[in-house]
Design a protein around this ligand. Structure first.
Ligand code: NAD
Length: 234
């Protein structure tokens, strides 16, 4: 199956990669299903929400402070680097990611659509003016209007950035191959994207998720391992 997927990629004129939290676990960032880390004591789906931002800013800020600080020593892994090289070699045209850690960009990928924004950049909750990460980490307020600061991340209850969504949707609809990597496909609306594909649809994941139906090929394993093996066939 690995060889077949590689042959689809070689023949493809447009390949799109859709990634989720499982793409970053090998760099040391836990996904939502992990039994370790912050998620053990806190339900991210509750705190990473519009309600939490408006009703309990202290908890909201602490949650994102921990997540931002946890990125400090984190580096892209071999899988991120292979995807970045595939872009240079013409094997990949776009990465659409649910990840907010910017590890794809750090690995060198240029064409990245951040479907859920990122936690690396900060803005004011009211006037939207950009601020430094340090401002947010120091619990400072907006220097223009003194309102709270927040990361440029999409919270549960918010709509996705139109630009990133349209880019991803358009690319997926016109792609010859779509690689879906490290996502449980549980989070709406990104979980709708794979079914918009008309080309070959490939699922690369550690677990065989029940939501993952309609794929032309399933490669079970870690992203780093599977991408390394695929790379050897290209
Ligand atoms: P998820 O936690 O629901 O699912 C992750 C999937 O990845 C699981 O099916 C798991 O089996 C698989 N997986 C874990 N490690 C893997 C590996 N090494 N290789 C391949 N597969 C692996 O994540 P999701 O579907 O992305 O949705 C959850 C939401 O979490 C998204 O909205 C995302 O924005 C957010 N999130 C992002 C980060 C990040 O930026 N790194 C981390 C946690 C959560």
């Amino acid at each position: 199956m690995m060889e077949t997927v590689a042959s689809w990629m070689k023949e493809s004129t447009s390949t799109v990669v859709l990634t989720g939290a499982g793409m970053s676990t090998e760099s040391g960032i836990p996904d939502f299903r992990s039994k370790s880390g912050w998620w053990k004591s806190i339900d991210p789906r509750t705190v990473a929400s519009v309600e939490s931002l408006t009703d309990d800013y202290a908890l909201f800020r602490e949650f994102y402070q921990l997540r931002i600080e946890a990125l400090h020593d984190i580096e892209p892994h071999v899988g991120h680097r292979i995807l970045a090289r595939w872009e240079q070699q013409g094997y990949v045209q776009l990465i659409a990611t649910q990840n907010v850690d910017q590890l794809h960009q750090l690995a060198g990928s240029k064409n990245v659509a951040e479907l859920h924004g990122n936690i690396v950049t900060i803005r004011c909750t009211s006037c939207n003016k950009p601020h430094s990460k340090e401002h947010f980490l120091n619990n400072a307020v907006c220097t223009y209007c003194t309102n709270h600061l927040r990361p440029n991340v999409v919270l549960f209850g918010e709509t996705l950035p139109q630009d990133a969504w349209n880019r991803a949707l358009n690319a997926i609809q016109h792609a010859d191959v779509v690689l879906v990597i490290g996502t449980s496909l549980e989070v709406y609306p990104v979980n709708q994207l794979p079914m918009m594909a008309r080309g070959k649809l490939v699922y690369i994941n550690l677990e065989l998720e029940t939501h993952a139906t309609g794929f032309d090929a399933v490669l079970q394993g870690s992203a780093g391992e599977i991408l390394t093996q695929l790379d050897a066939y290209l």
